[in-house]
Design a protein around this ligand. Structure first.
Ligand code: NAD
Length: 259
């Protein structure tokens, strides 16, 4: 008996086998969930398709979250293939590389709009389109980072977008709570992924993290996968509108002397 036997989930945000969404997909699949996947563009399709197929996915569809028609088409396919959804994983963010380097005050209007649209609004857009598919007891999980709460050098407009994303989680949780649908965010510590490689100085931040975090190590996609599994299972039946930290305790450290 798996914790998620009979549950159907949609995973948005796998780019490759380093993606946080992939760590989550593996954890959910191991407990019996049936999963569909989305990708953006031909280059990523070549990476995502074999991964999704290895977990027996019946649905592997393109979806650019900047395109409402693409989101609607995706949800139409989800209805055809699965009928309804119990799990929705949103592991999507994007900002231009130029915006993730130097002073926040140089953020451009277009860079701000793009980061907010892809990294914050997309959760609302996807949940809105999926609302009729979500079963009572369904769980929605998105990914955030502590740069939303405190300044993280070079994270800049993405920190502002993550603050909006975390606020969106609270509002969506309030909208969907009466239908017993839960919405939560996982705030992950730094992990070396495609998206993270766009942030100036990320390598050094990643390296220093393990010396400061209470667990004295970096976070893995397996760590995040296990927390997401909990949030998607009945063990988290009373948890909604939260930002759950999976960062080895780093965000609770004020001042630290490096070992
Ligand atoms: P990743 O590059 O593997 O995943 C990012 C995903 O966003 C990719 O699959 C990409 O295709 C998708 N995406 C970008 N623009 C899109 C669009 N217009 N439409 C649809 N999909 C689009 O990197 P990741 O680190 O696994 O990122 C997943 C989530 O985790 C992001 O929200 C990221 O901000 C968050 N996060 C990452 C870290 C970290 O250190 N890596 C830490 C905390 C939170």
């Amino acid at each position: 008996m798996g914790l998620l036997d009979g549950k159907k989930g949609l995973i948005m945000g796998v780019a490759n086998d380093h993606s946080i969404a992939w760590g989550i997909a593996q954890a959910l699949h191991a407990e019996g969930a049936e999963l569909g996947f989305t990708f953006v563009g031909d280059a990523l399709e070549r990476r995502v398709r074999p991964l999704a197929t290895s977990l027996g996915a019946q649905l592997i569809e393109p979806c650019d979250v900047q395109d409402d028609a693409a989101i609607d088409t995706l949800m139409g396919r989800v209805r055809e293939v699965y009928g309804s959804l119990d799990i929705l994983i949103h592991g999507i963010a994007f900002a231009n590389k130029d915006e993730l380097n130097g002073a926040y005050l140089n953020t451009t209007r277009e860079g701000f709009r793009l980061a907010m649209e892809v990294s914050a609004y997309s959760l609302t857009a996807v949940v809105k389109a999926a609302q009729d598919l979500l079963n009572p007891g369904a769980s929605i999980v998105t990914l955030t980072y502590h740069g939303s709460q405190q300044v993280a050098q070079n994270y800049n407009v993405m920190g502002v977008a993550k603050a909006a994303l975390e606020a969106s989680v609270r509002y969506l949780a309030n909208d969907l709570g009466p239908r017993n649908i839960r919405v939560n965010a996982i705030s992950a510590g730094p992990i070396r992924t495609l998206a993270a490689s766009g942030i100036a100085g990320f390598r050094s931040l990643h390296k220093q993290f393990a010396g400061v975090a209470p667990l004295r190590r970096n976070i893995t996609i397996e760590d995040v996968g296990k927390a997401a599994l909990w949030l998607c299972s009945d063990w988290a039946s009373g948890v909604t509108s939260e930002t759950i930290y999976v960062d080895a305790g780093f965000h609770n450290i004020g001042v630290s002397l490096l070992d």
